[in-house]
Design a protein around this ligand. Structure first.
Ligand SMILES: Cc1ncc(COP(=O)(O)O)c(C=O)c1O
Length: 450
């Protein structure tokens, strides 16, 4: 057993090590460069996960590493709380130059914290108690973010959470209209595309309609682009690209370039003043929220995304990827749909009605797909040198989310490998036999991590 595995099991997260072993993810990655990861045994992998979207420029991109080295050694005051934070102020201005409609940034470290900023702003600015969010929405695991996270399994063991949070189905604007009727909702929190919820794309016009409903109800529209933003889906912001200006735009993950945590909730001057002016100036903030190193890296990320045209590249490459996948996987009895926007792509597995067992027992096929098939495909792809993961709240959706700088040839070659892996499982019996053999072997060797 690798020392890092033992240490993780002993001191970090025992359950995770057990689960990873069971799922066949028992590899220890020890080095990384660009779109490649290398494990302790020297095997190389194409990274199509990119730290759940947090590694936009690839691993250890020289530009960021160099920028960080400079920032760390140029003698900046990294944390001073009695004057303007010089580098963080530049970051806030750089963000405002990209979203002039939302010129004030509340900076923090994690996506979850940026969602907290948005929730606190909404409550403080509206004086309303209610919060509305979408089923299967994912916004992070801090108490506030968790309160609007649309997966009961995450919330229930920790309740009571923030009171007043309610949920509507994603993509259903009529449900939003009904939920806002009492005019007691401070914010509607929504992702433009549900990434962890299964790369789900709402019907056209959904965001524009809910924006209008929120405006009429006096509810703030909080668009969480922690995963979809910063070029991932072909634009700085999906909402803005679709002509919707939210009251709060939440960014995270990629903003720190995969090196340092940086997140932001962008809003209007008027709302920020309403929530936090005068004596309320210190109702929100955190010691490290405006740290200079994070701001330096984020500034470099923003510049690189622009200079390298990564949003446009993401659109072009994403379209090619989706087309190639659709072509390669056409007619597969368990591939329901390939969908995506930019370089956030999902392959949905499940019953398609193409085989007799589907028609006789569609529930069985879907249960296997939801519980195991996506993870199984991911495990087989890992053996083939490709790192992917299903969407965390929809295991039947294999999510492809490479660095935005991914090598085009390698990405398109991965389509063939994905096709080959899926071709091994064109009927339920073969899939169940493989899963049983794997779980049996795992049990036999005492759950060893491999
Ligand atoms: C849309 C979205 N919002 C918020 C978060 C939470 O971000 P963090 O893990 O940095 O708290 C995530 C994380 O996956 C996310 O996908």
């Amino acid at each position: 057993m690798h020392e890092a595995t033992r240490r993780t099991a002993d001191h970090l997260n025992p359950a995770l090590v057990g689960l990873l072993g069971t799922l066949g993810f028992g590899r220890v990655f020890v080095s990384a460069e660009g779109d490649r990861l290398v494990d302790a045994e020297g095997r190389s992998y194409l990274d199509l996960l990119a730290g759940f979207g947090a590694v936009p420029l690839g691993h250890n991109p020289p530009r960021l590493v160099e920028g960080l080295r400079t920032a760390a050694t140029e003698g900046l005051p990294h944390l001073v709380h009695t004057g303007p934070p010089v580098r963080a102020a530049s970051l806030a201005e750089a963000l405002a130059s990209r979203v002039p409609q939302l010129p004030v940034a509340m900076l923090s470290l994690s996506g979850s914290e940026a969602v907290e900023s948005a929730l606190k702003l909404a409550r403080a600015a509206t004086g309303r108690p209610g919060l509305l969010a979408c089923e299967l929405g994912f916004h992070g695991l801090g108490w506030g973010a968790l309160s609007v996270l649309g997966v009961r399994r995450f919330r229930e063991p920790l309740e009571p959470l923030l009171p007043g949070a309610r949920f509507v189905p994603f993509g259903d604007a009529d449900a939003v209209e009904r939920a806002l009727r009492d005019r007691d909702v401070a914010a509607f929190v929504v992702e433009p595309i549900q990434a962890e919820g299964g790369v789900r794309i709402p019907p056209p016009g959904y965001l524009a309609r809910v924006a209008e409903l929120c405006r009429r109800a006096g509810t703030l529209l909080v668009v969480d682009e922690v995963q979809t933003g910063l070029g991932r889906c072909g634009a700085f912001s999906v909402a803005l690209a679709d002509g919707v200006v939210p009251d709060v735009l939440v960014l995270g993950k990629a903003l720190g370039g995969g090196l340092l945590p940086v997140s932001a909730a962008l809003t209007t001057r008027a709302l920020h003043e309403r929530a936090f002016s005068g004596e309320r100036f210190d109702l929100h903030g955190s010691t490290y929220g405006t740290y200079a190193l994070g701001a330096s890296v984020a500034l470099e990320v923003l510049a690189a995304v622009d200079e390298l045209g990564l949003a446009q590249r993401s659109t072009a490459l994403g379209e090619r990827l989706v087309l190639a996948l659709r072509e390669r996987l056409a007619g597969h009895p368990f591939v329901r749909e390939v969908r995506g926007r930019g370089l956030l792509v999902g392959i949905e597995l499940g019953a398609t009605g193409a085989r007799l067992v589907d028609r006789l027992a569609p529930g069985l096929v879907d249960t296997v797909a939801e519980r195991a098939f996506g993870q199984w495909v991911a495990a087989e792809l890992l053996e083939a040198g490709i790192l992917v993961q299903p969407a965390s709240q929809r295991w039947n959706v294999v999510r492809l989310e490479p660095p935005l700088t991914v090598d085009e040839g390698a990405l398109l070659a991965a389509v063939d490998t994905i096709g080959e892996v899926l071709d091994r499982y064109r009927d339920l019996r073969t899939l169940l036999a493989a899963l049983t053999a794997r779980l049996g072997a795992q049990w036999w060797n005492g759950g060893e991590f491999r």
